[in-house]
Design a protein around this ligand. Structure first.
Ligand code: A3P
Length: 293
């Protein structure tokens, strides 16, 4: 398969995007959600795959081993807006899902979500990660994933993050936009990567109560153990090793999986600049992030 060229970033209705996420726009906007669809949402690199796998196991963990050993997670939980031929479009994969409920992943900012999800009153699970670890993870991802614009060096990338010139736009607007939505839309569960990292079992309990699921203690423990970083890193169906555009020799998709790895990347000066800018951008927000545990 021919590898795609790195795309350029452009302004799309006020949000920086690339063609891989806008080329199928009209079809995406006309997506027909069903009432039991569950939308898993995040800014890229917030722990999306982790949460997708948790939901997949909670709903379909008992389906038999073939489900987990032969179908990659990105097909079990399609990425709605992706359009990168010759791979199937995410929207088409979602349409073809035979599972009930259908689990669907998106990185869209709240204003871009197809309206049928709101009309059908679908459940939404949002996961957010502190911006310092988020940008570090995104930087490494940009290097290993040829479907993203050239990330440049670390300082340049960090600057672009602060300028909100990233694929899927501003981290600040994304996390706040969805946080505000949560205040008005009761079927939205807002999670944090740091909480997951601190106590995965507690977060699974909360997820189950939001989803109206009541697995046994044994089943929950099985999910908790299966989604541990080291297990997911080894699992070819969840670690994206089946995707050629991702060069895992540059950096593995399952890279570190830690809170506070930013301390290994930010200089003292970068940290100061980032904190000052953060304070300004988040001054009207009630969202609080932990940058260490
Ligand atoms: P790092 O690059 O910091 O390691 P996404 O799925 O949204 O693209 O997020 C990917 C990030 O989540 C990566 O972060 C990845 O290692 C981390 N991640 C994925 N599964 C995880 C798990 N089970 N435990 C901890 N971190 C996980």
């Amino acid at each position: 398969m021919e590898l795609p060229t790195r795309p350029t970033l452009f302004d799309f209705h006020g949000v920086s995007m690339t063609k891989y996420f806008t080329d199928n726009w009209e079809n995406i906007q006309n997506f027909e959600a069903r009432p039991d669809d569950i939308l898993i949402v995040s800014y890229p690199k917030s722990g999306t795959t982790w949460v997708c796998y948790m939901l997949d196991l909670l709903y379909f963990g008992n389906m038999g081993p073939e489900h987990r050993t032969s179908i990659p997670l990105h097909e079990r939980v399609p990425f709605l807006e992706i359009c990168a031929p010759p791979r199937p479009k995410g929207k088409d994969l979602a349409d073809q899902l035979t599972t009930s409920p259908r689990l669907i992943k998106t990185h869209l900012p709240v204003q871009f979500v197809p309206k049928s999800f709101w009309e059908q009153n679908c459940r939404v699970v949002y996961v957010a990660r502190n911006p310092k670890d988020n940008v570090v993870s995104y930087y490494h991802f940009g290097h290993m994933n040829g479907q993203h614009p050239e990330p440049g060096d670390w300082n340049t990338f960090l600057q672009k993050f602060m300028e909100e010139k990233m694929v899927f736009g501003s981290w600040y607007k994304h996390v706040n936009g969805w946080w505000e939505k949560k205040q008005a839309y009761s079927k939205l569960h807002y999670m944090f990567y740091e909480d997951l990292s601190e106590n995965t079992g507690r977060e699974i309990d909360q997820l189950c109560s939001f989803l109206g699921l009541s697995p046994s203690a044994e089943e929950k423990e099985k999910v908790r153990a299966t989604v541990m970083f080291d297990n997911m890193k080894q699992d070819k169906m969840v670690n994206f090793s089946t995707i050629q555009e991702m060069n895992q020799d540059v950096f593995p998709f399952m890279r570190k999986g830690q809170v506070a790895d930013w301390k290994n990347h930010f200089t003292v000066a970068q940290n100061k600049r980032f904190d000052e800018d953060y304070k300004q951008k988040m001054k009207n927000s009630t969202l609080r992030f932990r940058t260490e545990l």
